[in-house]
Design a protein around this ligand. Structure first.
Ligand SMILES: [Zn+2]
Length: 84
C-alpha cells in the first residue's frame, strides 16, 4: 500500500471555500515513505480544511522541468475544492 508523504508550504494559503488558513498538507505524488517534501517537489498535493472540512487539491498548472521548480510559488498551482 502506498503511504502518503507530507508537504511543507512556506506561504499562507487560505481555504477557497471558507477562508480558513490551511495546514497539514499531504501528497500521494511522493515516494510514499512518510517523508516531508517541499511543495515544489510534487505536481499535486492536498489539504483538508480544519474549519469546513473541504478537501482542497493543488495541482501544478503547467508542466515544469528541472531547475525551474525552485522558482515555483503557490500561485503556480491550481487550487480547487473537492467533495468526496
Ligand atoms: Zn474551509
Amino acid at each position: 500500500m502506498h503511504e502518503i508523504d507530507y508537504i511543507s508550504v512556506d506561504a499562507d494559503v487560505e481555504c477557497p471555500v471558507c477562508g480558513e488558513k490551511l495546514g497539514n498538507f499531504e501528497t500521494k505524488d511522493g515516494p510514499g515513505a512518510q517523508v516531508t517534501l517541499d511543495f515544489r517537489d510534487v505536481n499535486s498535493f492536498y489539504s483538508r480544511c480544519s474549519k469546513c472540512n473541504s478537501i482542497i487539491e493543488f495541482t501544478l498548472k503547467n508542466p515544469i522541468e528541472g531547475d525551474a521548480r525552485a522558482n515555483l510559488t503557490i500561485d503556480n498551482y491550481q487550487k480547487k475544492s473537492v467533495i468526496y
